[in-house]
Design a protein around this ligand. Structure first.
Ligand SMILES: Nc1ncnc2c1ncn2[C@@H]1O[C@H](COP(=O)(O)OP(=O)(O)OP(=O)(O)O)[C@@H](O)[C@H]1O
Length: 675
């Protein structure tokens, strides 16, 4: 009480508020003067302003409480002898709504694993109970209430800040919100996070801090009750980190449950946390308020040296630097997270959260940093309201927008990205034009002379190979490079995997078709192939089908492996089809037990289709400009290549069948990978 009145006097006297003292009176009084950090100075009358501001947001009520008891997670290691390794060892804890909870600990102690399990991102292989407001967690409902922001900034680099936010709003708010409301919410959020001036900047050009803020803004669009963040301050300087933590603190001040991992906070940031959860060796060595942590350590014969950041000291202890048995003692002291240790006025409380009621920290208006001009939609709702509403809605789709709406928004997004991607768009078109001109020059006019008939079929086979390789390579990298973004967006319930898959594959088709048509048109006329409309149509159609089958093949490789493996194994996968295309070895010359491979080689059908469109369908005698031409009748040439029975229609049907089949397979592989 004394401390509080001292604070009030101080505010009245200096016109500013000291958050350290408010949150950690004991710690603050213990620190030497030089280590005390005056946080968040506010302008005169700021208290009044905050209070006024808060009145807009309605009553402050406790948010979602997350409790976990006896959580275990183990992985199997070793190739021959499979040994089990414990990553989380019987940990417990309670993170209350309206609090900024920070998980700390040395590298590899299991922080991300715990966060992944709490978020529902990792479910397999863990045991223990997770309770949401005292009830066993329903993962679907929890996912609707929460947003998980992963460590890497999973942003689409070619979209601007405004576009990324607008897409998020369309996907996450659905039809329940008007276009105007969505725009307003985006504007409010961007202003709130100081990103409004950068709304036209592409996300790849943002600074590290801006990227973090945008990643948070994208998830705040749906106003989640629980926000989980894996290292939101990694890679940021101390000022930007502090701004980021202030932002999180502001959110928790609105009744949200904010849980984040912060690896090594500075002293000033450390003292802003409401609730601390320190891990070591997969266990909890402290859980409770920041204000009590130093006393707790002292009780276990660990004295933080003066002028030493308590956060650093905690990490040193957790790493076993000061006392080899310290971790075991501390884990025992807080009962591996079963006790939440709080500093309450003049005494210390050891609160066993399992038997406690919902006792989220009362939120003081003054605790909200001055920076926080929270958007009007960030209102605290009672937990009960959320649960009831979500329970009703869990029988409907778990996505805020319907499948066609998701598809439309994602198609627009993918078109934007592809049209701005120099590799996928311009380089692809230029490569097709350049190679077509080169080939046209090399094989100029060969189509009208029987002496060049072999060169003509070489040109057709090269066409098959070129179209296959370019279409294949353009898509093998699409999924692997976007996978982290898609993982986070799908996990946070923006859209279904099928919407993404369809959008990405459909958006690429027009560009691939345009590139193929350019190539086919240029080469057809430069090589002087017969000027018959049906032959031109057959040729261009078959070129397009070859591209689309190869694209589908590339999608399978991209959906099933990373870029590196795709580059190495992709060509290995289609090389056998090249040998069995009928160009190098004809069907009747191959050993009979290998002939079946010809019938499943899409290159055989592609090559046959092109040959038929140029030489098939009773094409007449080809003029010969030399003394002797072996194949003046195109049919004879087709017979020599064992293509006498080939039917163009069958080639088309087989290629279409392959396109559909391969796309289904690649969707399923992507689905499995994301799940
Ligand atoms: N699937 C897995 N297979 C094998 N080991 C794993 C797996 N997942 C986690 N681990 C191991 O568990 C330990 C804890 O990993 P985790 O990512 O949770 O650590 P962390 O505390 O978040 O570390 P950092 O701060 O460096 O990110 C690490 O040693 C890691 O190698």
């Amino acid at each position: 009480m004394e401390t509080k009145s001292f604070e009030q006097q101080k505010v009245a006297k200096n016109g500013k508020q000291n958050i350290i003292s408010k949150y950690s009176p004991r710690l603050h009084s213990k620190r030497p003067d030089s280590m005390r950090v005056e946080l968040l100075p506010q302008p005169e009358n700021s208290t009044t302003n905050n209070a006024e501001k808060c009145s807009d947001f309605g009553a402050r009520v406790p948010g979602v409480d997350i409790e976990f008891t006896n959580l275990n997670y183990a992985v199997k290691e070793g190739i021959i002898k499979r040994r089990e390794r414990k990553i989380l060892d019987n940990v417990s804890g309670k993170f209350s709504g309206g609090q900024l909870t920070v998980i700390m600990g040395p590298s590899g102690c299991g922080k991300s694993t715990l966060m992944n399990i709490l978020a529902g991102y990792r479910v397999k292989g863990c045991s223990g109970d997770i309770l949401i407001n005292g009830k066993i967690r329903n993962i679907d409902i929890f996912k609707e209430q929460s947003s998980y922001i992963m460590q890497d900034d999973n942003l689409q680099p070619l979209l601007t800040v405004g576009e990324a936010m607008s897409i998020a709003a369309h996907l996450k708010l659905g039809k329940a919100f008007s276009h105007r409301d969505k725009k307003l919410r985006v504007k409010e959020l961007l202003e709130f996070l100081d990103l409004w001036d950068s709304r036209r900047v592409r996300t790849k050009n943002l600074s590290g801090g801006q990227k973090k803020r945008l990643a948070i803004a994208l998830e705040l669009v749906k106003n989640p009750q629980v926000v989980l963040l894996d290292e939101p301050t990694s890679g940021l300087d101390s000022v930007t980190s502090k701004n980021c933590v202030e932002l999180l603190k502001g959110l928790s001040g609105r009744g949200k449950t904010v849980i984040c991992i912060i690896h090594q906070p500075s002293a000033s940031i450390f003292e802003m946390f409401d609730h601390l959860y320190v891990m070591a060796k997969g266990m909890c060595m402290y859980q409770g308020s920041v204000s009590y942590v130093l006393q707790f350590l002292e009780e276990h014969n660990l004295r933080c040296p003066p002028y030493h950041n308590p956060a650093d000291y905690l990490i040193e202890i957790a790493s076993g630097e000061h006392d080899a048995n310290a971790v075991e003692r501390l884990v025992k002291g807080c009962s591996n997270g079963r006790f939440s240790l709080e500093y309450l006025e003049n005494h210390i409380s050891k609160e066993d959260f399992i038997i406690s009621n919902n006792n989220s920290t009362a939120i003081n208006d003054n605790s909200i940093p001055s920076l926080m001009r929270l958007p009007s939609f960030v209102k605290a709702t009672t937990t009960k309201e959320v649960i009831v509403e979500k329970t009703k809605s869990c029988f409907r789709s778990r996505y805020p927008t319907s499948f066609p709406d998701q598809l439309l928004v994602l198609l627009k997004r993918t078109f934007k990205i592809v049209s701005r991607d120099p590799t996928l768009m311009y380089n692809r078109l230029l490569t097709h034009i350049f190679i077509a001109l080169l080939l046209g020059t090399l094989y100029y006019g060969i189509g009208r002379d029987a002496k060049d008939i072999r060169n003509n079929s070489n040109f057709l086979f090269f066409t098959v190979m070129f179209l296959m390789l370019t279409a294949f390579n353009c898509v093998t990298t699409t999924f692997p490079t976007e996978l982290p973004i898609i993982k986070q967006e799908c996990f946070n319930g923006w859209y279904a995997v099928k919407s993404y898959f369809l959008a990405v594959t459909l958006a690429d088709i027009p560009i691939q078709i345009l590139a193929t048509h350019l190539y086919a048109g240029i080469t057809y006329f430069m090589t002087a192939q017969p000027f018959d409309l049906f032959r031109i149509t057959y040729f261009v159609t078959m070129c397009t089908l070859i591209s689309l089958v190869s694209q589908s093949f590339g999608l399978i490789i991209g959906a099933s492996m990373g870029v590196k493996n795709g580059v190495i194994f992709g060509p290995f996968c289609f090389l056998p089809f090249t040998i069995f295309s009928g160009f190098f070895v004809q069907l009747n010359s191959a050993p009979f037990f290998l002939r079946w491979i010809f019938h499943i080689s899409f290159l055989k059908y592609g090559f046959e289709g092109l040959m038929l469109s140029i030489f098939g369908y009773d094409r007449g005698k080809i003029p010969c400009s030399s003394d002797y031409c072996h194949f003046v009748y195109p049919k004879m040439y087709l017979d020599a290549l064992d293509m006498e029975d080939a039917v163009y229609k069958n080639c088309v049907l087989f290629m279409i069948f392959l396109i559909v089949l391969m796309r289904f397979i690649s969707y399923y592989l992507l689905y499995l990978r994301l799940k």
